[in-house]
Design a protein around this ligand. Structure first.
Ligand code: NDP
Length: 261
């Protein structure tokens, strides 16, 4: 590897690679898809709403597949479609969501939804993607966890448990695949400026009789830098982890949170 390879991510360092990004229609996932495409990867976009996927698919000249990642059969079909021309070299498990409730109101259905979306879908997708990566001797799995995978947050026990589980899955697969050329890492953003955060702020504002802007101020204050994380900052870390320069990093859970953890 030359010094310029090690220096980072050249403009087309992912040329020839096929990346599948879940939850790619908006927020962090859309930014990851843009960044991987700018690094030269062919990108497949996955989310449930095909109409919301269409503009980004056109922008990136990418394949878009409408699929609920919590439906294992549908996800299997999505992978079969995506891998039709070329197997998936890079899997970004980004689809996720945060429902909050005190434990007394964390019903089994909410618990199962949070684990299904934030943890089990990544397990299912990893099993679909990893065998071809191992056979090829090269692969990247990047799980978008959260600071909620590294510390607790009140009223978010199901989400926090699921994200801790995702970090555990990452650490175990990192070790299991350490000699195969396939790396598995987690990125753990703090409060990030996305539609999900805006929805959460709206929900908290309604419950606590304040304004969404005030709630966002409290989210930003949780970050020692006093601001929200930008989706592009998460995407840059993902692109780095996918590059050959990051071949020595696996099983890691990397916070992007201004020092919050
Ligand atoms: P958004 O809600 O803004 O976007 C979520 C994306 O996931 C959308 O494209 C959505 O599209 C898709 N999606 C949701 N459910 C499913 C499903 N069942 N199957 C397939 N796709 C689905 O979220 P963010 O960009 O904020 O979050 C992305 C990831 O980052 C999540 O894992 C989240 O937990 C994590 N994260 C976010 C933080 C934040 O503050 N925003 C902080 C830390 C981590 P569609 O609805 O069409 O399916």
């Amino acid at each position: 590897m030359t010094r310029s390879d090690l220096a980072g991510i050249s403009a087309k360092s992912l040329a020839g690679r096929h990346a599948l990004v879940t939850g790619a229609s908006r927020g962090i996932g859309a930014e990851i898809a843009r960044t991987l495409a700018a690094s030269g990867a062919r990108v497949t976009l996955v989310a449930r709403d095909r109409h919301r996927l269409a503009p980004l698919a056109a922008e990136l000249d990418a394949q878009a597949i409408a699929c609920d990642v919590t439906d294992a059969i549908a996800l299997g079909q999505a992978f079969a479609t995506a891998a039709g021309a070329q197997h998936v070299d890079i899997l970004v498990n980004n689809a996720g969501g945060a429902e909050t409730a005190p434990i007394a109101r964390t019903e089994p259905e909410l618990w199962a939804r949070m684990l299904g979306l934030n943890l089990t879908a990544a397990y299912t997708a990893s099993r679909l993607a990893i065998p071809a990566m191992v056979a090829d001797g090269w692969g990247r799995v990047v799980n978008i966890a959260s600071t909620a995978g590294l510390k607790g947050y009140a009223y978010a026990s199901a989400y926090v448990a699921a994200k801790h589980g995702l970090v555990g899955l990452t650490r175990s697969l990192g070790l299991e695949l350490a000699k195969t050329g396939v790396t598995v890492n987690a990125v753990c953003p703090g409060y990030t400026d996305t539609p999900m955060l805006q929805d959460a702020a709206q929900g908290v504002a309604t419950k606590t009789r304040t304004t969404p802007d005030r709630v966002i101020e409290t989210f930003a204050a949780a970050n020692p830098m006093g601001r929200l994380v930008r989706p592009a900052e998460v995407a840059a870390m993902v692109a780095y982890l996918c590059s050959d320069a990051a071949a020595g990093i696996t099983g890691a859970a990397l916070p992007i949170a201004g020092g919050e953890v």
